[in-house]
Write a protein that binds this ligand. Structure first.
Ligand code: BYC
Length: 483
C-alpha cells in the first residue's frame, strides 16, 4: 500500500492525504473557501464553548488499524482535513451499464450533472446537522455528552470539507459556486433552507439529538455506503473514509437512547411503578416516560424514511445504470449487478389500500436501500427493549409502519396510524399527539434539560455510559469549560 496516502500532510493549511501541495489550483480554491467556512462555523457552529478545550479525536491517517488521535483542542483550531481511503489498485465499476470497466478517476462528461447533484445533496446535510444542533451545548447532561456532541459536530464539518474538495477539484467553476452555496443555505430558513426535509427540522432537546444520531445519521450511513460503491473513484474513496467516522455518531445515538431508557426503568422500579404508561406518575420522577420516547422515535424514524426519496424513482435507476450510486454492500450481492430483468416488492397505495406490488428492481432501488436501513434500525430497538424487559416491564418500543407520518413518496397524501391503518384527516388531527410529540411533551422534556457540568456528574434523566471515550475513567474532564 502506498505510504503517502496513509499519512496525512499537516504542513499545508488544510491537512490532507491527496497531495494538495502539488495541486496548487485546488489548494488555492480551498484556501479561498476556508475563511467563509470559519465564518460559518463561528456564526452557525456550536453556541458558546468555542474557547473551551474539548477532548476530541482527529483523523491523522486512513489506516483502519489506527487512524485517529485524541487530545484537547479548541474547536476553531480543529484540523478539518481532506482524507480519502487508499486507492484500490485496478478497481472496476461494480454495477450498472459500465459494470467491469475501470473506475473513473475523472468525472465522465455525460454524468457530470448527476454526480454534482448527488455530491451537493450529500454536502448540504453535513453543515445542516451542525446548525440544527448548535444550541444543545447549553443543556448537555454531562461533560461526556457535551464532548460527544462536539465530536459529531466537528466531524460533520469535516464531511462538508470532503464534499467541497470533490466540488472544487472536479467541477471547476460550477463546483466553486456550489461550494459557496453550501455555506449560504441555513437549516430551517424560510428563504434559503437546506435541501432535504429532515435537515430543516428542529433538534430541540437531547432526546431528539440521540434520535437524530441514531436514525438520521444511519440514513447517512446507508447513503454513504451506496456512494462508496460509485464508479467515480474519488467519491467512493471519500465516502469510505467518512464511514469510519460515522460509526461513532450512531454509537452516540444508540447508547444515548439506551441510557435514557435505562434511567427511566431504574427510576420506575425504585418508585414501585408497575405501569410504564402511567405518564404522569413517571414524569413526576423527573425521567422521560417510555410512551414519550416512543413518540420521539416515531417522529425521527418517519422523517428519516423520507430521506430515501420516492419508493419508485427514475433518478435512482439512472444513477445505478450510470454506475454512480450502487446498492448497500453491492459487491457482496450475488446477481448480475445490472438488474435488467429483476423485480423488487414495493408497498404502494392501490385503490386506497396499502398493497405489495412487484416493481422493476431498477426503479425500486430507493425502496431496497430503505428496507436495508430498516433492518439496520431494528438492532437498536432489540437492545433498548432488552433493557426494558430486564427491568421487568412488558413495554416494547417498535418502529412505526412505513405509511405513518410521511412527506415523501407513496404515502405522502394519506394518514396512517403507527400500525399502518389508514385514517382520515379528522382522525389524524384528533389523535396525532398519541403518536408524535405534542407541545406539552416537548415542554416536559425541555423542563429536564438543565446543564450538568460537574466532572463525572450526569443529569438525573440519563444513566452514565458503561465506558468512557478512549477508555477514560468516569471522572475524566472531557471538556475544560472556559468561562
Ligand atoms: N426532501 O426520485 P426521487 C447524511 C426530491 S444523510 C426534499 O423521489 P431520488 C447525514 C428529489 O431531490 C444522507 N426533497 O428521489 C445524516 C427530487 O427533486 P428534483 C444524505 C426530496 O432522487 C446526519 C424529487 O424529490 N445523502 O449524510 O431518487 C447528519 C424526486 O426525487 C426528498 C444523500 O441523501 C426529501 N427528503 O432520491 C449529517 C445521498 N427526497 O431533483 C449527515 C445523495 C426526494 O427532481 N442523495 N426529494 O428537483 C440521493 O441519493 C437522492 O437525491 C435522494 C433522493 C435519496 C435524496
Amino acid at each position: 500500500m502506498n505510504v503517502n496516502i496513509m499519512n496525512v500532510d499537516y504542513s499545508t493549511k488544510i491537512p490532507n492525504n491527496v497531495n494538495l501541495s502539488a495541486d496548487r489550483q485546488v489548494l488555492k480554491a480551498l484556501e479561498g473557501w476556508h475563511p467563509g467556512y470559519m465564518n460559518w462555523w463561528s456564526d452557525m457552529g456550536p453556541e458558546g464553548f468555542q474557547q473551551s478545550l474539548v477532548y476530541l479525536r482527529t483523523a491523522y491517517s486512513v489506516d483502519p488499524r489506527g487512524w485517529a488521535k485524541f487530545d484537547y483542542v479548541r474547536m476553531p483550531d480543529y484540523r478539518w482535513g481532506i482524507l480519502l481511503a487508499p486507492q484500490e489498485e485496478n478497481r472496476v465499476i461494480p454495477f450498472g451499464e459500465h459494470y467491469g470497466e475501470p473506475a473513473w478517476q475523472e468525472v465522465p462528461g455525460e454524468y457530470r450533472a448527476m454526480l454534482r447533484r448527488l455530491i451537493v445533496i450529500q454536502g448540504d446535510t453535513e453543515p445542516a446537522s451542525v446548525e440544527q444542533q448548535r444550541h444543545l451545548g447549553k443543556t448537555a447532561p454531562s461533560l461526556y455528552d457535551l464532548r460527544n456532541l462536539f465530536q459529531v459536530n466537528v466531524e460533520e464539518g469535516r464531511h462538508l470539507w470532503a464534499m467541497v474538495y470533490l466540488l472544487q477539484k472536479y467541477f471547476g467553476r460550477d463546483g466553486r459556486e456550489e461550494a459557496d452555496e453550501l455555506l449560504r443555505r441555513r437549516s430551517g430558513d424560510a428563504d434559503s433552507p437546506r435541501m432535504l426535509g429532515a435537515f430543516n427540522e428542529a433538534t430541540p432537546d437531547w432526546l431528539s439529538f440521540f434520535m437524530f444520531t441514531y436514525f438520521t445519521d444511519r440514513d447517512g450511513k446507508m447513503q454513504l455506503h451506496s456512494l462508496a460503491q460509485s464508479g467515480f473513484d474519488p467519491l467512493s474513496r471519500t465516502c469510505r473514509f467518512m464511514l469510519t467516522e460515522e460509526a461513532h455518531h450512531m454509537f452516540v445515538g444508540e447508547t444515548g437512547i439506551t441510557r435514557v431508557v435505562q434511567r427511566t426503568c431504574e427510576a420506575m422500579k425504585a418508585a414501585g411503578i408497575t405501569d410504564p404508561t402511567d405518564v404522569a406518575k413517571v414524569r413526576a420522577l423527573g425521567v422521560i416516560d417510555l410512551p414519550t420516547i416512543q413518540k420521539k422515535l416515531n417522529l425521527h424514524y418517519s422523517l428519516s424514511l423520507d430521506l430515501f426519496g420516492s419508493e419508485v424513482s427514475t433518478n435512482a435507476a439512472n444513477a445505478f445504470n450510470a454506475g454512480i450510486k450502487g446498492r448497500y454492500h453491492e459487491t457482496q450481492i450475488k446477481d448480475d449487478h445490472r438488474l435488467r430483468n429483476d423485480t423488487y416488492p414495493v408497498l404502494k397505495l392501490v385503490d386506497g389500500k396499502i398493497t405489495r406490488v412487484d416493481e422493476p428492481a431498477l426503479t425500486a432501488l430507493n425502496m431496497r436501500l430503505r428496507d436495508d436501513y430498516t433492518q439496520d434500525c431494528v438492532k437498536g430497538l432489540l437492545r433498548w427493549n432488552k433493557v426494558i424487559s430486564t427491568a421487568g416491564y412488558a413495554y416494547k418500543l417498535t418502529l412505526p409502519h412505513v405509511a405513518f407520518h410521511r412527506a415523501i413518496g407513496e404515502f405522502k397524501d394519506i394518514h396512517a396510524t403507527p400500525d399502518g391503518v389508514l385514517i382520515d384527516s379528522a382522525t389524524w388531527n384528533k389523535r396525532r399527539h398519541e403518536w408524535v410529540p405534542s407541545t406539552e411533551d416537548g415542554d416536559f422534556i425541555a423542563s429536564l434539560m438543565k446543564p450538568v457540568t460537574g466532572i463525572g456528574e450526569f443529569a438525573p434523566w440519563i444513566s452514565p455510559p458503561k465506558v468512557g471515550i478512549n477508555n477514560k475513567p468516569g471522572d475524566f474532564e472531557y471538556v475544560k469549560i472556559e468561562t
